[in-house]
Write a protein that binds this ligand. Structure first.
Ligand code: XMP
Length: 315
């Protein structure tokens, strides 16, 4: 049986032993990086600097939320706005693996800059087992280059410390609860952020559409769960398709974008089943999305594929 208290004590000791100087961690606010940051902060105090990179691909209100959490947990942190850099690097790129590589690479470069400024010798990461298994370890095929593995160049110049490498998501959540991290029940959010939910070209305008749609999906599903209409899915969000389809607005022809609603139940993200969302909840989501973004979106579809054969995210 997995014991969160024993795991935490062991890792704090191991980090203390390993890290003899300053360390830096990328903190996205997700449960993985938050747990890694708190363990490292408990081990080495202010010799750890948590960096939150605002990539421009974050969810609505996310940056403020993360700022509050890091403050409450007493972690030494800095917020870096790199959104323009990301949009510039991604301009015109549509191929999913290329996007992931660019995002991973940029992330490390922004980091290196911050790390140099701080004098960090170590890089702490919240990598968990499915991240490196699915990124291909020489034995398995690469399904997706996960942000924290695939984009990592060899010349990074910092030593790695990955305290959660052997854990699965449910175990990380247990550790989070043990450490008193409020985000422990938050749904997972991928490292590359909304970029993997924006098919085709990534522009500030496209990201804004998918950000608003994700917010609506989250809000409506949380309301439906609170009203006892459905069980909380493991993950639930929206994705934006690159193609347009014909619709009608008033008595005029419209030609707009499609939003995909995705909600799945899963145990460890390795497999997943699409959630049976009640139709009236889907109806509400669809109406709210098309009403809020009348000029951009004229179609909403629900993804009814399991993993496998699909993955949870669309890219
Ligand atoms: P997929 O889409 O591969 O996702 O079925 C499995 C789980 O991993 C999340 N995900 C990521 N997490 N970096 C991460 O830290 C990534 O690059 C990444 N890509 C996907 C996804 O949201 C799901 O929970």
């Amino acid at each position: 049986m997995f014991k969160a208290d024993r795991f935490s004590d062991e890792q704090i000791s191991l980090i203390k032993e390993k890290i003899d100087g300053k360390a830096i961690i990328a903190c996205s606010g997700g449960v993985d990086s938050m747990v890694a940051a708190v363990l490292a902060s408990k081990a080495i105090g202010d010799r750890l600097l948590a960096i939150y990179v605002d990539t421009g691909m974050m969810r609505k209100g996310e940056t403020d939320e993360v700022r509050g959490m890091l403050q409450d947990l007493g972690v030494n942190f800095r917020i870096v706005d790199a959104s323009q850099e990301y949009f510039d690097a991604l301009a015109g790129v549509t191929e999913p693996e290329q996007k992931r590589k660019i995002i991973g690479e940029k992330f490390i470069r922004v980091f290196e800059r911050e790390a140099k400024g701080f004098g960090a010798k170590y890089l702490v990461q919240g990598t968990i087992a499915p991240d490196w298994i699915e990124s291909g370890d020489g034995v398995r095929d690469t399904i997706k280059s996960h942000h924290n593995v695939g984009g990592l160049p060899k010349d990074m110049g910092m030593e790695l410390c990955e305290p959660l490498r052997d854990l699965y998501k449910d175990e990380v959540r247990e550790v989070a609860r043990y450490l008193g991290i409020k985000s422990s029940e938050r749904q997972p959010f991928p490292g590359p952020g909304l970029a993997v939910r924006c098919l085709g070209e990534i522009t500030p305008e496209n990201i804004e559409i998918v950000r608003e749609a994700c917010f609506i999906v989250e809000d409506e599903i949380q309301k439906a769960v609170a009203a006892g209409k459905m069980e909380m899915p493991w993950q639930y969000f929206a994705a934006l398709l690159p193609s347009k389809s014909v619709g009608v607005q008033g008595d005029r022809r419209a030609y707009g974008r499609t939003i995909v609603v995705r909600a799945v139940s899963s145990f460890d993200a390795m497999t997943a089943e699409f959630s049976r969302i009640p139709l009236d909840v889907l109806d509400k989501i669809s109406r709210r999305i098309t009403n809020t973004m009348k000029d951009q979106v004229n179609r909403v579809v629900y993804d009814i594929t399991n993993k496998p054969p699909a993955t949870i995210e669309w890219e």
